[in-house]
Design a binder for this molecule. Structure first.
Ligand code: SAM
Length: 309
């Protein structure tokens, strides 16, 4: 597959943009994407003042995260996600991973500043998920706890959005085979063993929420702390999304054959997971070398015909 520099003409002439990586500034590309087009956006923008991605001079002015002023960084993200709000289907969701930064010994609170900015431009903030990283890099700090988490915000465009809770349920802990709580050990996994079906039938205390919490056959509703080790794809020389993190977002936020967008595609983790779960993807990436890396990862999973425009 060969590269060509993004030309807006390419987008408008291309009738089908699915399973495509588009190289360029996501802010500019977003303006040319169709409206009501994407079901689910899963992404991790560069963090403010952290790593530099583009080596080529001509790309550096477009790279997000290099701004000197935090307000400029937030404004640029606001610009992008305002445009992507139009591109997202009305029942779509945005899963936005952000990390924080210290400046002059002070934590800036960037994830929440961005979240407030996105609320200001119409996004509905539905959940704050803590991504706990059990294998986070050790640090030498001695006057505060070592940070081992990042934030993933779940935003929707409207109040009626697609969310498949069953696709990402987690194991019960309140009532398990080992549980000593009254009723748990005796009821679990047995015929007529749940409150509704068994001897507690009719007990108003055991309303739907508690049943769901304790006995739903697929597990309890997903919680807001996700403990997931950092990704292992080292070729990228930067922290890539762990597959499990993307998997949760894609499974809850889309159905098979839906279209998933990552406007900061990097090494292509979102696209790889999308294809593994039979979704389609569009990836936007400023740096051609990373786009190539993503294509190589995608080729490895032997997915459908992929193209780079
Ligand atoms: C944190 S990395 C994403 C890593 C990705 N989640 C993965 O798993 O590989 C952010 C990416 O955004 C890209 N980027 C920075 N500014 C951009 C812009 N204006 N438009 C598109 N991509 C940009 C960087 O080159 C980098 O690859």
């Amino acid at each position: 597959m060969s590269f060509s520099v993004l030309n807006p003409h390419n987008i408008e002439c291309q009738t089908n943009l699915t399973d495509t990586i588009i190289i360029g500034d996501s802010v500019e590309i977003a303006k040319r994407l169709p409206s009501n087009y994407i079901q689910c956006i899963v992404t991790s923008p560069p963090y403010f003042g952290h790593r530099h991605y583009a080596q080529a001079d001509y790309l550096q002015s477009q790279e997000i995260g290099r701004e000197q002023d935090l307000l400029n960084y937030i404004d640029k993200l606001k610009l992008l996600f305002s445009e992507l709000n139009r591109v997202l289907k009305d029942n779509g969701t945005l899963w936005l991973n952000l990390g924080d930064t210290y400046r002059n010994g002070q934590l800036l609170g960037i994830p929440w500043r961005v979240a407030f900015a996105l609320q200001d431009c119409g996004w509905i903030l539905r959940s704050e998920i803590i991504w706990h990283k059990p294998n986070a890099m050790p640090s030498s700090v001695k006057n505060r706890p070592t940070t081992d988490h990042e934030t993933v915000f779940l935003f929707s465009k409207t109040s009626q959005y697609y969310y498949d809770a069953d696709a990402i349920r987690e194991p019960h802990v309140t009532f398990s085979a080992e549980s000593k709580m009254k009723g748990g050990r005796n009821h679990l996994g047995k015929r007529n063993g749940t409150p509704e079906q068994g001897k507690n039938k009719g007990n108003n205390n055991l309303h739907d929420g508690r049943w769901d919490q304790a006995f739903h056959p697929l597990g309890r509703n997903k919680r807001t702390v996700w403990s997931i080790p950092l990704g292992k794809f080292r070729k990228a020389h930067f922290a890539v999304f762990p597959s499990k993190l993307v998997e949760n977002c894609i499974l809850a936020g889309s159905a098979e054959n839906d279209l998933v967008l990552d406007p900061f595609m990097g090494s292509g983790s979102t696209a790889v997971v999308a294809k593994q779960f039979r979704r389609h993807f569009i990836g936007l990436e400023l740096v051609p070398e990373y786009a190539q890396m993503a294509l190589e990862r995608l080729a490895d999973i032997n997915s459908q015909q992929l193209s780079l425009i």
